[in-house]
Each structure stands twice: as C-alpha cells, then as structure tokens.
Design a binder for this molecule. Structure first.
Ligand code: PHE
Ligand code: NA
Length: 452
C-alpha cells in the first residue's frame, strides 16, 4: 500500500489514538444505555454474556477494523476496496462501508436527542431545581421533558451544532485536547459517585443484580441485546474505528492498543452500573425503568449527597463530553468519505451531513410527543432506530468485517499490520473466520426464529 498517511492527517502518537478511540467508545452507551438495558434484561446473566461478547467478538473485530483502516489510510469504503484488491478480492466489500455510513447517520439521530437530554440536565443541575427531589418527582420531571418537543428540539439542535463544529475543524487539536482532560475527569467522578452509591445501603443489592448469573432470565433476545451492545459500546461494525485507525501511526501495536480501549470502555460501563443500581434499589425504584433510568436516579442521588449540586453539574458535563466525543466519531467516517471521494471541503461535508442527521433527529425526539403514533414493528422511531442499528446493522457490519479479515485478506498482509505472536495470530484468525461470525449468526437466527 502506497499511502504513508491519510489526507485527513494523523494522530500525534499511539496515545492520542488510544485517547481518541476511547473518546469514541466511552459515551452514552456506557453510562446511559448499559445500565438501563441491563435493568431491562434482568441483570446478571446479561452482564456475563455482554462481557463474553466484548472479549471473544468485540476485541478481535476491533483489531480487524484498525488494521484495515491503517493499511489503506483512507475512509472505510475506500479502505475496504483497497485492502480487498490487494488480496485479490472483489471491490464489493466496500459495501460494508456504505452500510456503516448509514448506521452512523441513524445512530446519530437518536444519540443527539439523548445528548440533548444531557445538556438539559446540565442546565437544571445549575439552576438547582432538582436538589432534594424525590424519585417520583424526578420521574415526573423526566416525563415532562419528553413531552416538550420545542425544548427537546433546542437541545438536539445545540448538540448537533457542537458536533458538526468539531468534525468540521478536523481530527486533531480540539477533540484531542478535550478528551485528554475530560476522560480522566470522567473516571474520577464516576468513582466518586460509586463511593456515594456504596453508602446508600443498596450496594449489595446492586452488586448482586449485576453479578448474580441467573441464566433462567436469559432469552435469545437478551443475548442479542448483549451482543449488539458490545458492538455499539466499542463503536464497531460501522467504520468509526476503521476511520480512526486510518489516522494511526505505523509503529504502534494494534493488539495492545485495542486491549486498552476495550478495557477502559468495559470499566466505565461496569462502574456506571455499580454506581447507578444501588441508588435505584435504595430509593425503591424499578431497575427496568428504561431509557429514563440514569436521568431519574442520578438527580435523586445528587440531591441527597453533600456538594451534590456541584458534583451533579460536573457529572452531567462529563457525560455530555463523553457523548460529544462519541457523536463526533459517528460522523467522521462519512465526512472523510465525502472529502476523499467527492473532494468536498471538510466544513461543507460536515455541515451537509449535519443537516441530514439533525432532520432525522427530529423524528426521534417526536417519538415521545407529536409523533408517538408513528411506529415501526410496534416501536416508535427512537426505539426502532436504536433497535435496528445496535441489534442488527452493527452486528451485521461486524460479521462481514470479520469474514473479510479472516477469509479474504491474505495472512501476510494482516500480519504485516498486526505483528502478533504466531499463537495469538492463530487465535485471532480463528475468531475472524469462525467464532465471531458464528456467534453473530446464531443470535440473529434465533431472533428471527424465536424458540418456543
Ligand atoms: N461507542 C459509543 C457509546 O458507547 C457509541 C458509538 C457507536 C459511537 C458507534 C460511534 C460509533 O456511546
Ligand atoms: Na461505549
């Protein structure tokens, strides 16, 4: 492959890549989605399946995405076609990249709505109107927010503009610096909240809820949700990590780097769960409360703890930043494609894409109010887009990337990028050829043909 660097630029070092990829991985998926889907799927067994998926499917696929991107140093569509050609495969593999761009657009449309909720919560933390609130009132406040399309639209618009702004500015300075300060701060605050959760008296119950593996509660559908979430949380199956990999320097070890990203992402999700569930249980709330879980439990907790308002503001700011860095990464592959393929100026590409995702986002926020009657397969637009992207499109993208990396790419090219010890390479290759595709295929099969 002739390209030494991407025309978009490259990360300053291996650490910057880890930071940027972790910025993409750690987001609403960890702090908002993971706790609520764990609640909806009964806890324990779901968490175990999720961890297995991260280790056996997610991490190996992430390695594949990084090496494909880094080898070609182009946007995902062109990277896939270039790497396919080099191994004498057909160009049609580029279709995975097209599907990925679509996934990114669809995910963004509901992600930005939730990002907007976070911005709204920063505001109400600052005004102090949630201080000392009861769990009933916190629940009512969240429902009330969902019923106000104009408020939601304002925040969704602001979140979209913030995201487009950074994407337009390019991959380097802004986002790198923001992640460098914010990610460590997020960890510190998460552990402070965990410390508070430990004092609530609900900690053992919260811990048991997450780590008591009761397999009678596990259904094929919850296994699908766990698998889908492992893709969502690691930003896999849609080209984000491939695009970020294309800006990575050649000297860094892909294996170690990817392990670090996977470990950090998992740690944040588990700590978020351990911080949120004890608060839920000690206040007699329902762990299966759905998407409002975090927005109801955290204000209650912050309203009771010393310096709660300060911590509350900081915490929602950091969730906002985590969501922001992830949202940026949802748009990056498509913007890179528009720039490289159609020679568009980055700023124009970012704005054009921004307008599209913003428009789709309106249908998502309308799901809770003026468009609540519009359903697809019994789900409102918001839930439907969340469901098909996380549970179908990302796993499908992932399976195809695995098959491509395992069966099409020649070993010598894969190893040239991965540089793994022989035994580990064999394991990785086995995962690409068999484990990952078969796991995804089984779960998708039982989803379509439920066992009675
Ligand atoms: N990984 C992000 C999160 O957990 C979401 C995301 C998915 C970002 C896919 C980019 C691509 O919040
Ligand atoms: Na994540």
């Amino acid at each position: 492959m002739k390209n030494k660097t991407s025309i978009q630029g490259s990360w300053a070092s291996r650490w910057i890549f880890i930071l940027a990829a972790t910025g993409s991985a750690v987001g609403l998926g960890n702090i908002w989605k993971f706790p609520y889907i764990t609640g909806e799927n009964g806890g324990g067994a779901f968490v175990l399946v999720y961890l297995a998926c991260i280790l056996l499917v997610g991490i190996p696929i992430m390695m594949a995405e990084v090496f494909i991107g880094r080898r070609a140093r182009k946007n995902p569509i062109n990277a896939l076609t270039d790497v396919a050609e080099e191994s004498e495969g057909i160009k049609a593999w580029g279709i995975i990249g097209i599907m990925g761009m679509l996934s990114g657009v669809l995910i963004f449309s509901f992600y930005s709505v939730v990002g907007g909720w976070v911005l709204h919560y920063i505001k109400i933390m600052v005004t102090g109107e949630m201080m000392g609130i009861s769990s009933e009132d916190a629940g009512a406040a969240f429902s009330a927010l969902l019923g106000e399309p104009i408020t939601l639209l304002g925040w969704h618009t602001l979140f979209s503009i913030m995201t487009v702004f950074v994407v337009a500015a390019g991959i380097n300075k802004g986002i790198e610096t923001a992640t460098r300060i914010m990610m460590p701060a997020l960890f510190v605050l998460l552990f402070i909240l965990l410390g508070y959760a430990m004092t609530t008296g609900g900690f053992t119950q919260g811990w048991n809820f997450m780590f008591e593996f009761d397999f009678s509660k596990l259904t094929w559908n919850s296994a699908l949700v766990a698998l889908g979430h492992s893709f969502f949380t690691l930003s896999l199956g849609m080209g984000t990590i491939m695009a970020y990999g294309s800006y990575m320097t050649k000297d860094a070890s892909i294996g170690k780097t990817v392990l670090a990203i996977g470990a950090l992402d998992t740690l944040v999700a588990l700590v978020a769960g351990l911080a949120i569930f004890p608060i839920i249980f000690s206040n007699g709330m329902n762990p299966g409360a759905g998407p409002g879980l975090m927005f109801i439990s955290l204000p209650v907790a912050f309203g009771q703890m010393p310096f709660g308002q300060l911590f509350g503001i900081l915490f929602f700011v950091l969730i906002g930043v985590a969501a922001w860095t992830s949202a940026i990464s949802l748009l990056e592959p498509t913007v890179a494609f528009l720039v490289e393929r159609f020679k568009m100026k980055r700023i124009n590409a970012a704005i054009a894409l921004g307008v599209v995702v913003w428009g789709l986002g309106i249908a998502c926020l309308g799901s809770f109010n003026f468009m609540s009657d519009v359903t697809f397969f019994g789900k409102n637009t918001f839930d439907f887009l969340d469901y098909i992207t996380a549970n179908i499109m990302l796993p499908l993208g992932g399976i195809l990337i695995a098959l491509f990396a395992g069966w099409i790419v020649k070993d010598k090219f894969a190893q040239d990028e991965l540089q793994l010890p022989a035994g580990i390479y064999t394991l990785w290759n086995f995962s690409m050829k068999f484990t990952a595709p078969i796991a995804v295929a089984i779960v998708l099969y039982f989803l379509i043909n439920p066992m009675k």
